[in-house]
Design a protein around this ligand. Sequence first.
Ligand SMILES: Nc1ncnc2c1ncn2[C@@H]1O[C@H](COP(=O)(O)OP(=O)(O)OP(=O)(O)O)[C@@H](O)[C@H]1O
Ligand SMILES: [Mg+2]
Length: 380
Amino acid sequence: MKLNKKDILKSLESITVPGEGQNMVESGAVTNVMVFGDEVVVDLTIKNPSLQARKKTEVEILKIIHREVYEKAKITVNVKVDAPAAKPKTNEIKGKPIPGIKNIIAVASGKGGVGKSTVTANLAVTLAKMGFKVGLLDADIYGPSMPIMFDVAQERPLSIKVDGKSKMKPIESYGVQLLSIGFFTQPNQAVIWRGPMASKALNQMIFDAHWGELDFMLLDLPPGTGDIHLSIMQAMPITGAVVVSTPQEVALADARKGVAMFQQDSINVPVLGIIENMAYFTPDELPNNKYYIFGKEGAKHLAEDLEVPFLGEIPLVQSIREAGDVGRPAAMQTATPIEAAFEELTKNVVSEVVKRNKDLPPTEAIKITTMAGCSAVKKK
Ligand SMILES: Nc1ncnc2c1ncn2[C@@H]1O[C@H](COP(=O)(O)OP(=O)(O)OP(=O)(O)O)[C@@H](O)[C@H]1O
Ligand SMILES: [Mg+2]
């Protein structure tokens, strides 16, 4: 068997490094391939510093070369980690809707309580761990949950001068820049905003804040498909939306509405995909058992039916809830199945964003002429 570099590179094209949307050859992660008889040396520079990501990538390389090129090849993989300070390769990500902010991703659900905020918080910390610059705007002005989930409920954003103008400085926690209406209200105060006030508050958090350079801004939306959603899409050009659902029928019906809201002609925000949360329950004492309490693969089937990508599933695990309550997102805990599930999910979201930016022009903010209905929504 005569091994050659070309075949090896070709086989490596089917591997994507966590956190990088392109395959490892295109992304530049493979820096060199050398072949000596039946020995192969692959030099790799990856941006994800986690040991787990490194191991996983190494194993994938061995497997693919053995399977697709030569099963007896002796393979050495030299991994160099170029992180965390290094900026990930995001030059594929086009469109600068708000100066400095490359991608704005809205997280929506339709039904309340399905875990949008939990998923958003964990996506944000996972992106940050991968080396991306991440902002999170808690746009749930009726029930802000991010200050608690990030253990910063007592903090208040400072005002700083930027180019002579006063700007709010987001609070940083676990590498994520955070703003939430929760920072400006008393913890026990019910927030009863009328639509215009709510939009104003949101606008301030978007435009009167100093977010700096961000690869991703995540928006945690309130449940439903109402006025606030329209206000947000009016305020900012959203790169794409992800819709969270549990596998349960009632949640799926609302998720369908959520997808439809983004997809209607007048709004036209690309749906990056559907996330299945609380996909199954696994008790600590029976780690191999999966109980499909809310039904099995409902969100996955919905994604197939609507022909949108299925981004991944997150199990119902007590520690995810506990982590949210103590203010340290569960994905922060390294070398756990939860971290792995969120890494997988995040990787899929990033690749969908990269795909979307390759295929489609940037989303335009929309102009809403009346709040009466979506039919009155026009492109600016
Ligand atoms: N995968 C999970 N495993 C265990 N608990 C979870 C999981 N996802 C969410 N939860 C818990 O379920 C509850 C609701 O989650 P969360 O607040 O994230 O939902 P939401 O969709 O943002 O709700 P709302 O519609 O009120 O904004 C929280 O107590 C959270 O800790
Ligand atoms: Mg929420």
